[in-house]
Design a protein around this ligand. Structure first.
Ligand code: HEC
Ligand code: HEC
Length: 254
């Protein structure tokens, strides 16, 4: 009788005991998982990403076919308004008009590698991609999900027709002192605008209105904003008429 009562009492205690154990187990298992999700991206990875962004041919040489760094177009490490700043991670995945499909941030970066860098697609799980995504995510940390940041993309330009021969004179007078008369720039100082080390004909910058928009707001680097829209279109039309690499058809799906 006494023994039976004792057993009963123990059963009575076992149930809350199990419940308590589950609670603690869930706590210990749940906590590190939660911490990992909320953890800030490591500073080291962000720094690596920034380094790749600013010295792309050097730090990601196996994927790059030009002498262009991401930051030659995405000025100041991708932080300058209307120079296609990259504080845009919160917008992805995104339906892209030019690609005709939904792009993740990784897809978008691959697109710039294959076209703007005249290179190869970077595998999604590679250290180079992981670091670039970390850097771009870090730059986007203060942007609300889906929020289009001020200064995204490039400035609007009126629809004007470019005149390449007028553009040639503008180029000689306002661009060639940095980008050189042959358009090839000076490696490490001034990026190429055409020739074998430039972006290929699948790049956004190859489109005359896009280059004009970039130039209108950001060039000449010594006095940005000094050209008229017509001059920007003319000089873009001239640059467009010069030779450059072709997009490898095997990469056109990117
Ligand atoms: C030759 C110039 C050029 C280079 C080099 C370049 N890009 Fe771009 N990138 C562009 C242009 C132009 C756009 C489209 C801007 C637009 O149309 O609004 C773009 C768009 C992007 C976007 C999307 C921006 C948005 O608003 O959604 C990301 C992200 C990006 N590039 C990352 C990179 C990375 C990373 C690299 C280096 C590996 C790189 N780009 C190299 C020109 C370049
Ligand atoms: C004082 C030097 C200087 C002058 C002048 C200058 N640029 Fe640039 N340009 C640069 C530098 C440096 C970059 C890289 C981005 C940055 O750091 O500002 C660049 C980037 C570019 C890019 C994007 C990267 C690439 O290579 O495709 C284009 C396009 C461009 N310039 C066009 C022009 C045009 C057109 C003119 C003349 C109207 C011009 N630039 C005048 C220095 C100059």
């Amino acid at each position: 009788m006494l023994a039976a009562q004792f057993t009963k009492k123990r059963t009575w205690l076992v149930i809350p005991g199990i419940a308590l154990a589950c609670f603690f187990l869930a706590g210990t298992l749940g906590r590190p998982l939660h911490a990992a999700q909320a953890a800030p991206i490591s500073k080291k990875l962000i720094k690596q990403g920034q380094n790749i962004f600013e010295h792309t041919p050097d730090k990601a040489s196996q994927y790059v076919g030009s002498t262009l760094s991401c930051s030659d177009c995405h000025i100041n490490g991708g932080t300058t308004e209307f120079a296609a700043p990259v504080n845009v991670a919160q917008l992805y995945p995104l339906q892209s008009k030019s690609a005709g499909r939904t792009l993740t941030l990784v897809d978008r970066i691959q697109r710039c590698f294959v076209r703007s860098e005249n290179g190869k697609p970077v595998p999604a799980d590679s250290p180079v991609m992981t670091a670039l995504v970390a850097y771009i995510t870090h730059l986007s940390q203060n942007e609300a999900k889906g929020q289009v940041p001020k200064g995204r993309g490039l400035v609007p330009v009126p629809e004007l027709t470019g005149n390449p021969s007028r553009g040639a004179s503008i180029y000689q007078a306002q661009c060639s002192m940095c980008h050189e008369a042959n358009g090839e720039g000076i490696p490490g100082s001034f990026p190429p605008l055409w020739g074998p080390h430039s972006f290929n004909d699948g790049a956004g910058m190859y489109q005359i209105p896009k280059m004009a928009a970039f130039v209108l707001h950001n060039m000449p680097q010594s006095s940005p904003g000094s050209l008229t829209a017509q001059q920007a279109i003319d000089v873009a039309a001239y640059v467009h008429s010069q030779p450059r690499p072709k997009l490898d058809p095997a990469n056109s799906k990117y």
